[in-house]
Design a protein around this ligand. Structure first.
Ligand code: PBG
Length: 332
């Protein structure tokens, strides 16, 4: 090759890729255990774990073991745990009354964690699906998910969770007006410091399948969630939903699912600069783990790469079932 020509490559990107030290000096984003929120499935009983077949490595835990998980999170530097209850089918009703029972599984787990490991932030799920005979996130009347009556129920549920000591409420229901209604009820009842992380841009996704197995909602669900969750074809609507939820009193917002929706994460970050989270959902977890189990992907590598992608897309953090595994790796 002509010597003069090569000398004129002024910008050689490979100069800073030559060695690890140089690469790390110019690395733009970092992933730390503080970026992780660990979703856990809670079941009744004691000292028992039940593996979730469609989510290898993930198990439903009894409350005492959830407390152990919270201690583990604390020692790994994971700031928050998010509770999802597996509700006994006999407690599911049309009116979803178990949702605001002060002693339901989720509220018992919250109290137990806050007693044992108060430093861990407890996040709870505000949606009626675990308690609904129809498996829907809102109340169903004559085949229709009724919005305003659902919001009333969700507010009762949110108050019971705040009362139990939840630090972060995670409304995942997608009813209209729920953030405003919850915020004003929390203020009225003196729960002025309870944070809301709104599932603001939540899509009607097929990637939630394994989660519905884990919480026992798969069999219960009649129809789909397209009358309240977002159409995967929409982008502008996500920004409008986030604007609405922030205005109604959400402290943080979420995009869900995660990896297939990174464009939405970036839109939300750029439009608002508000604390933005993504949920790497059950189906995303299952895909990566299944491929790794077949020897087709390197599990640790794809786990780290997929989680870093959320940071690059502008997220402050990620809800991920990989949380303890990845925190251990990052701490090593
Ligand atoms: C329901 C809820 C779902 C998830 C979190 N909360 C499922 C759904 O909307 O049907 C999914 C999480 C996951 O797939 O990991 N309120």
């Amino acid at each position: 090759m002509d010597k003069k020509m090569t000398q004129h490559i002024a910008t050689r990107f490979r100069r800073l890729k030559r060695m690890g030290s140089l690469r790390s000096m110019v690395q733009e984003n970092v992933l730390t255990p503080a970026d992780l929120i660990w979703p856990v499935f809670v079941m009744a009983g004691s000292n028992e774990r039940a593996e979730v077949p469609s989510m290898p490595g993930v198990a439903r835990l009894t409350v005492d073991l959830v407390v152990e998980a919270a201690k583990e999170a604390r020692s790994l530097g994971i700031p928050a745990i998010c509770l999802f209850p597996y509700t006994d089918p006999s407690l599911k009703t049309q009116g979803c009354e178990e949702a605001w029972n002060p002693d339901n599984l989720s509220n018992r787990a919250t109290r137990a964690i806050k007693d044992a490991v108060p430093e861990i932030a407890v996040m709870t799920d505000v949606a009626l699906d675990p308690y609904n005979i129809n498996g829907h996130d809102g109340i169903v009347r004559d085949g229709v998910i009724v919005n305003d009556e659902s919001v009333e129920a969700l507010v009762k549920m949110a108050l019971a969770q705040a009362q139990a000591g939840a630090d972060i409420l995670g409304p995942s229901d997608m009813m209209d007006g729920r953030i405003g209604a919850m915020r004003s009820a929390l203020e009225t009842e003196g729960h002025t410091d309870t944070a809301i992380l709104s599932y603001a841009a939540k899509y009607a996704s097929a990637f939630y399948g394994p989660f519905r197995d884990a919480v026992g909602a798969s069999g219960a669900l009649t129809g789909d969630k397209k009358t309240y969750q977002m159409n995967p074809a929409n982008r502008e609507e996500a920004v409008r939903l986030v604007a609405r939820d922030l205005k109604e009193g959400a402290d943080m917002v979420m995009v869900k699912p995660g990896l297939p929706y990174l464009d939405i994460c970036r839109d939300v970050r750029d439009a608002f600069g508000a604390p933005t989270f993504a949920y790497q959902v059950s189906g995303e977890y299952a895909m990566l783990v299944a491929a790794a189990q077949n020897g087709w992907l390197d599990e640790e590598a794809v786990m780290l790469e997929s989680l870093m992608a959320f940071k690059r897309a502008g997220c402050d953090g990620v809800l991920t079932y990989f949380a303890p595994k990845v925190a251990k790796l990052l701490n090593a």
